[in-house]
Design a protein around this ligand. Structure first.
Ligand SMILES: CC(C)(COP(=O)(O)OP(=O)(O)OC[C@H]1O[C@@H](n2cnc3c(N)ncnc32)[C@H](O)[C@@H]1OP(=O)(O)O)[C@@H](O)C(=O)NCCC(=O)NCCS
Length: 175
């Protein structure tokens, strides 16, 4: 991967992104979100989004993620620790992440997650954030495990997996 081929920038609702409407990461829900809801979500302040643009293809909208605030409750943490927690545990949440089909398997997902860690690391210096939470598609569980995430609902039959990485680990990875 050429170092400057891909640029990550904060999603700007006033900008038109080349091929955003044709974004395809192979996940129907995520594709539909990018085509129809991403702009509104950001404009309304429900999420911030970050996009990866391909400078070798007219700045094509090639990958993205969205972040928001979230709270876990103490019982969510039972499988992780017997320590005591307040009832509400403030977290950052990675809501959506997608890399377009043609670019998957080239380290872009990992690069975006490094960007997520830096932003959350920075935010946690300003406001209380205990860790990073996400609902993983079952097919993506191993991707997040390679990054250190643990599953909170191991026994669940849900179609998504609740996954978590503590701020302590994120700080340690960065500092
Ligand atoms: C999941 C996704 C974001 C990964 O992005 P990517 O650019 O393909 O991943 P990378 O190339 O950076 O891979 C990083 C590592 O994770 C592994 N990995 C990637 N996707 C994986 C998967 N689905 N299952 C297991 N491991 C996976 C890679 O082998 C690689 O391991 P390595 O560092 O040991 O070589 C991408 O495949 C995608 O957009 N999928 C469809 C949408 C989706 O499922 N999003 C997540 C919803 S929660």
């Amino acid at each position: 991967m050429k170092a400057n081929r891909f640029l990550i920038e904060q999603y700007d609702v006033n900008k038109t992104y080349y091929q955003q409407k044709n974004f395809d990461c192979g996940n129907r829900v995520i594709n539909k979100f990018v085509h129809s809801s991403l702009k509104k979500q950001v404009a309304n302040g429900f999420s911030q989004a970050y996009v990866l643009l391909n400078s070798e293809n007219n700045g094509r909208f090639s990958a993205f993620y969205t972040l928001s605030s979230f709270k876990l409750i103490a019982s969510d943490m039972l499988s992780l620790s017997s320590g005591s927690f307040p009832r509400d545990i403030p977290c950052a949440r990675l809501i959506m992440l997608g890399v377009e089909n043609e670019l998957q398997g080239q380290g872009i997902g990992k690069k975006l997650m490094a960007d997520v860690f830096h932003r959350v690391h920075k935010a946690a210096k300003e406001i209380g954030i205990y860790g990073l939470y996400l609902d993983a598609d079952l097919a993506a569980i191993d991707f997040y495990r390679t990054l250190g995430f643990v599953r909170l609902n191991e026994e669940s039959e849900s179609s998504t997996a609740k996954m978590f990485l503590s701020m302590r680990e994120i700080h340690a990875a960065i500092e």
